[in-house]
Design a protein around this ligand. Structure first.
Ligand code: ATP
Ligand code: MG
Length: 577
């Protein structure tokens, strides 16, 4: 079909929308792809919907290629299943909740693990039915705290979510690998530059969860990478390279010093450089931070964390390390209730003597020597050696990761970068099949419980991500695979013969299966060219002044290059382009 701009439901805007900060948001609104309805809620206009459908098509093709079967579950869901898994509560304010006329609770689905587990339970009952992978491309709802950047972080958005069901751990690993490979193909076809980062540290077992992050300064996810080895990880997942243990022999005894008015690392370092006969930096000090933690259903308990004084605690890393326990900072009342905690002068000794769990940064390895609090006001101890003078209860990844820190694989320094999460693959295990007692008859006649994987792709988000990575200062620039049209044919010549020639060329392209956008409006060539740049169809064909000499112009939106070709060879040139 030929789409005529004279009839196309499209208004391009000259100015950026006032609420837009990132380029993709500005351009998708200006180019008439999407329109805002409410915070994080957008309409798709014809051009935007075409790109969205293209992304969907690529995702669907690759999901089908790994044997995924498409189904579609409702977005409007009853409370009960989400109550069973406790996500009705856990999701907190992130969940859109509503009631029907009878007062029954419903929610708008943020993700569908519960429903897929129940769906499989409803249909399948024998080991012979497995493995199976089901997916949907469906609208999700999350009441995001900060909807942002247009469709990049919406409250209503389109996700491809799939779920694999296997009877064995090896089977799950295979399904996971198949999805991971499919995602690599999807993002390659979409022309997205991305990295795969491990989402959790070793605790959950290597590759149990990985995220695909599109490289973009507009992203909200910070990750680190090692350019030498290609290692990439979420900051939460970075494991600190611990130093080799240092032998104790020859290390001087620990000595307590009077260090009046040194409650901060800065004041302590200043004191040390005056009092000790060696240069001291904050990295030579051991800073002890107190928090209280609580396991689900448990009591609050104190936790001491020792990290080198030149580093701050990274809240996200600390939170991820403590999960599923939560933590809070101590209040004045907590300090008052534990008088052995001398603010500004806390050392390992008082913590360990008083039964406070004490975890240290992996850099505080055996044989490392520290300047740290002596648990009395105005006093510090110098030369306190880990493993000799105190033995922590273990290590914790809580300190910030900095540019230049060594990569965990030892290959070189880490540098930080920003990204946008476009996909997530996750070996869930039996959490949901346990919750719903999904059992099937095993080969030996005994029941077996399937193990699940869950895998998401941000389909609508990808439209913004591609726009973000591919635009230039003139407008959008779609890769052919997702472009709303194959060719944007611009009539830039008022001559009747030229118009007729353009119409014929459009008809021939259409016949050859090319989606054509024909700019047949009564507007100036300047306006049309500007719009063609803004809309971002990869190939722009201009029937303009050259028509009289039997020439049309081909403009490559990506390279910016243009060339004239004979009008009678135009079709062949375009199809070959
Ligand atoms: P994020 O950290 O960006 O909030 P998430 O960890 O909540 O993502 P998942 O629950 O794993 O994401 O959802 C799968 C995919 O859905 C994500 O990788 C992302 O591409 C997409 N997605 C998640 N939330 C949104 C949103 N608010 N708007 C658009 N796409 C989203
Ligand atoms: Mg989220």
């Amino acid at each position: 079909m030929i789409t005529r701009m004279s009839h196309l439901f499209l208004r391009t805007l000259r100015d950026d929308p006032a609420d837009a900060e990132v380029a993709s948001h500005k351009l998708l609104v200006r180019a008439g792809y999407v329109r805002r309805i409410a915070p994080g809620v957008y309409s798709w206009l014809p051009l935007g919907l075409r790109v969205l459908r293209q992304v969907e098509r690529v995702v669907r093709e690759e999901m089908n290629a790994i044997g995924g079967q498409e189904i579609s579950l409702p977005a409007l869901l009853p409370r009960d299943p989400y109550e069973t898994t406790n996500r009705w509560t856990e999701y907190g304010d992130g969940l859109f909740r509503l009631q029907d006329r009878k007062g029954a609770d419903y929610l708008l689905g943020p993700t569908h693990e519960e429903m897929f587990a129940l769906t499989v339970k409803g249909e399948y009952n024998s080991y012979k039915d497995f493995p199976v992978t089901l997916y949907q491309i469906q609208t999700k709802y999350r009441d995001e705290e900060r909807p942002r950047a247009g469709i990049l972080r919406g409250r209503e958005f389109v996700m491809k979510d799939s779920y694999s069901f296997d009877l064995t751990d090896e089977g799950l690993a295979e399904s996971y690998r198949a999805h991971r490979d499919a995602y690599e193909r999807i993002f390659a076809r979409l022309g997205v530059k991305y990295v795969i980062v491990s989402a959790t540290s070793g605790a959950m077992g290597g590759s149990a969860s990985e995220e695909f992050l599109a490289e973009s300064d507009a992203g909200e996810d910070t990750y680190v990478r090692c350019l030498e080895s290609g290692y990439a990880a979420n900051v939460e997942a970075v494991e600190t390279l611990a130093p080799e243990p240092v032998p104790f022999d020859g290390l001087p005894e620990a000595v307590v010093h009077d260090t009046p008015d040194t409650p901060t690392i800065d004041t302590l370092v200043e004191w040390a450089n005056g009092a000790l006969d060696r240069p001291v930096t904050a990295a030579d000090t051991l800073k002890n931070i107190l928090v209280k933690t609580r396991r689900p259903g448990g009591e609050w308990e104190l936790l001491g964390i020792g990290i080198p004084g030149d580093r701050e605690v990274d809240d996200k890393r600390l939170g991820a390390s403590l999960e599923p326990a939560e933590y809070e900072l101590l209040t004045d009342a907590d300090f008052a209730a534990n008088p052995f905690l001398v603010k500004g002068y806390i050392g390992p000794k008082a913590l360990l003597d008083n039964g406070v769990r004490y975890l240290v940064d992996p850099r505080v390895g055996n044989g490392t020597s520290w300047i740290t609090g002596a648990d009395e006001p105005g006093r510090h101890v110098v030369g306190l050696v880990a493993g000799r003078d105190f033995t922590p209860d273990g290590t914790i990844e809580a300190a910030e990761v900095r540019d230049g820190d060594p990569s965990p694989d030892g290959a070189g320094p880490l540098v930080s970068a920003r990204g946008i999460e476009i996909g997530h693959v996750f070996q869930l295990g039996r959490k949901y099949t346990d919750a719903f007692a999904v059992d099937v008859l095993g080969e030996n006649g005994k029941p077996v419980r399937p193990t699940m994987g869950s895998y998401g792709v941000g389909v609508s988000r990808l439209v913004a991500v591609i726009a973000e990575q591919q635009h230039d200062d003139k407008g959008l620039r779609w890769p052919a695979e997702v472009a709303p049209f194959g060719v944007h044919l611009v009539i830039a010549n008022k001559d009747e013969a030229a118009r007729e020639g353009a119409e014929n060329l459009a008809a021939e392209l259409d016949k050859a299966g090319v989606e054509v956008l024909l700019d047949d409006r009564k507007a100036s060539p300047g306006v049309k060219f500007k719009d063609s740049e803004l809309l971002g169809v990869p190939l722009v064909v201009v029937v303009g002044r050259g028509w009289a000499d039997g020439k049309v112009e081909l403009r490559d939106r990506f390279s910016g290059e243009s060339r004239e070709v004979p009008a009678d060879a135009a079709l062949k040139e375009i199809l070959g382009a």
